[in-house]
Design a protein around this ligand. Structure first.
Ligand code: NAD
Length: 350
């Protein structure tokens, strides 16, 4: 087994995480070197003991380098990926892989011409919270899911510099949005019927600092996908409804529960409660006899980890876990969300 020699391009927050951990600690791939256009980041990589290239050309000219990991600001992905593929390197690119569907198609063509592997790092397909919801979707433990709400809420605004700028591919739809939408499409096995959306600009940047989108699938599933960066009180990470129950995952700590409707022949009428200035039976809690609480299932991915899979794809021609047509579908959805937000219209997909 010969590990794949990677050069990490962009030794910033995410690139250094790949260099040290994701690539650095995986038996199938090695951090052979790093390159960053900023001298301070080159010095930081040197200090951590990594081999540092002084130019991207030098990386591409080195025959020992088999693959490149691109972890630079979003607007720079396209040219770096194309140059690397044309130089005969395999490429893993960070999300959002490209800033448009047209750019993505161009790059996939270059990869095909070069005969090299080109994969997008959609790492949140391996997140435990997502795998639990995907398992509920498949197992129908709370009945078939018809409503999926997936949110991430923070209160720190947009971090860093380039993420504030639309021209550099900033904004939360391209940042967290691409993760949540990729997860949704990797779970719901149905074409999309319609999309409506709204972006938020609380910080006053030209790039969105959050968004809400409502996506209806042809199989009847409704999804609310939301990212917020000025939420001092968070809503749960996941809230899902099935025909036999409701599930909630509060956070990445995986706290949460399932509440199911108990199968019983005896009907227990709810007791009316005082609600504000009135009484309600409709909104009263369900009687204990009618419901059952369960712990969230514990789930692991049934597919290989990202870099294990990348190795199998490169060395043995295995199928990629993150497939280019899926990544393209996600970019189409992102472009549709931008359009729905801009026009204020619900966009029909077919
Ligand atoms: P960052 O600003 O921390 O780091 C980017 C680095 O790229 C900087 O050190 C910068 O000097 C360098 N750089 C800029 N242009 C370059 C070029 N042309 N050639 C070489 N180096 C260049 O940004 P980040 O947070 O690390 O994000 C980088 C990428 O990783 C983005 O695409 C982002 O969306 C992605 N990302 C993914 C995840 C994930 O979970 N998959 C998490 C964070 C970031």
């Amino acid at each position: 087994m010969k590990p794949i020699n990677f050069v990490v391009v962009g030794f910033g927050g995410m690139g250094s995480y790949h260099a040290r951990g994701l690539i650095g600690e995986n038996q199938f791939v090695t951090t052979y070197g790093t390159y960053d256009s900023d001298e301070k980041r080159q010095a930081a990589a040197k200090e951590e003991g990594f081999k540092v290239y002084e130019s991207f050309e030098a990386v591409l000219a080195d025959d020992n380098v088999e693959a490149i990991l691109v972890a630079t600001p979003n607007d720079s992905h396209k040219q770096l990926v194309i140059d690397a593929l044309r130089a005969g390197k395999h490429v893993v690119c960070e999300k959002p892989v490209m800033m448009s569907v047209a750019d993505f198609d161009e790059v996939v063509n270059v990869a095909e011409e070069a005969g090299k592997v080109f994969m997008t790092h959609q790492n949140r397909r391996w997140d435990s919270d997502f795998l639990i919801i995907r398992d509920l979707y498949k197992s129908e433990e709370i009945g078939s899911l018809f409503q999926i709400e997936s949110r991430v809420h923070g209160a720190n605004g947009i971090p860093g510099d380039w993420r504030h700028l639309k021209a550099q591919g900033g904004g939360m739809l391209l940042d967290w949005g691409v993760h949540l939408l990729d997860q949704l499409l990797f779970m719901v096995d149905s074409p999309i019927k319609s999309v409506s959306a709204d972006l938020s600009f609380v910080l006053g940047d030209d790039a969105d600092d959050g968004f809400m989108s409502y996506i209806i699938f042809e199989n009847g599933v409704r999804a609310h996908i939301e990212v917020g960066t000025s939420n001092f009180i968070k809503l749960p990470r996941w809230y899902v409804k099935g025909y036999q129950g409701t599930g909630v995952i509060n956070d990445w700590d995986l706290s949460g529960e399932l509440v199911l409707q108990r199968e019983t022949d005896v009907k227990h009428e709810p007791t009316p409660i005082q609600a504000g200035q009135g009484l309600t039976k409709t909104m009263a809690p369900p009687s204990e006899e009618m419901t059952e609480c369960r712990e969230l299932p514990s789930v692991t991915a049934e597919f290989d980890s990202f870099y294990d899979n990348f190795y199998q794809v490169v060395r043995e021609g295995a199928e990629a876990v993150v497939k280019n047509p899926e990544v393209r579908d996600c970019l189409v959805l992102i472009e549709t969300i931008f359009k729905a937000a801009e026009t204020g219209e619900t966009i029909k997909m077919n």
